[in-house]
Design a protein around this ligand. Structure first.
Ligand code: FE2
Ligand code: FE2
Length: 210
């Protein structure tokens, strides 16, 4: 009976998170990294908007992934640690959402699809074992960190506000990866890491436009 109640609670919590993530109602617990707003020409603004949309999609997927972890994680310690990282991911979601608005741009129209995909993959990894699930987080955070480093090269130099957000996110993702590794995440096989890279490429290329 109690186990069933806990399962229903967890499912309701996951559904609530999905709705909040997809409806644009994310609340940050930390203020967004600040930098002065600068004048951007239309081309620079469009590029910054496209890159921040891609980053917003990444954070939508992070919500889905960490929710799946919370549902499947076997140990309390693991679930608590993942919840702490998930709170920081919520900050990232809110910051990128806000920055997209400031740039006069919009989130990806395919966000429900990205969320569903990431949630499914997270559930599958979580069903295998905590070590694989954590390994999946380690590799995801590593790839996201590299991706954000690439965006710091591509974002217009004058767009200091977007750059400040991306720089803080990059720092946080590195910490999330280290935490998951410390908690027992194993190195995934090269073929799985390659597939993850390929899937991320499809997502980032599509989200740049749609
Ligand atoms: Fe993030
Ligand atoms: Fe992260």
């Amino acid at each position: 009976m109690f186990a069933n109640t806990a399962a229903v609670d967890a499912l309701l919590c996951a559904a609530d998170n999905a709705l909040r993530t997809l409806s644009g109602g994310a609340h940050a617990s930390r203020p967004a990294p600040q930098a002065p707003e600068t004048e951007l020409d239309p081309q620079a603004r469009r590029l910054a908007g496209a890159l921040m949309r891609v980053n917003h999609v990444g954070e939508v997927c992070a919500q889905a992934l960490y929710q799946a972890q919370a549902l499947t994680g076997r140990s309390d310690a693991l679930r608590q640690q993942m919840a702490a990282s998930a709170r920081e991911e919520m900050d990232h979601l809110a910051w990128t959402e806000q920055r997209l608005k400031e740039l006069g741009d919009r989130p990806s129209l395919l966000n429900p699809l990205w969320y569903a995909g990431a949630f499914t993959i997270g559930l599958v990894a979580g069903r295998v074992s905590d070590a694989v699930s954590l390994g999946f987080v380690v590799e995801t955070e590593r790839q996201v960190e590299q991706h954000l480093a690439g965006h710091l090269d591509r974002l217009p130099t004058e767009d200091e506000r977007s750059r400040a957000i991306v720089a803080q996110m990059k720092e946080d993702e590195a910490r999330h990866g280290a935490l998951a590794q410390h908690a027992g995440g194993i190195e995934l096989p090269a073929v799985v890491r390659g597939l993850m890279r390929a899937a991320a490429k499809v997502m980032t290329t599509t989200a740049h436009r749609i």
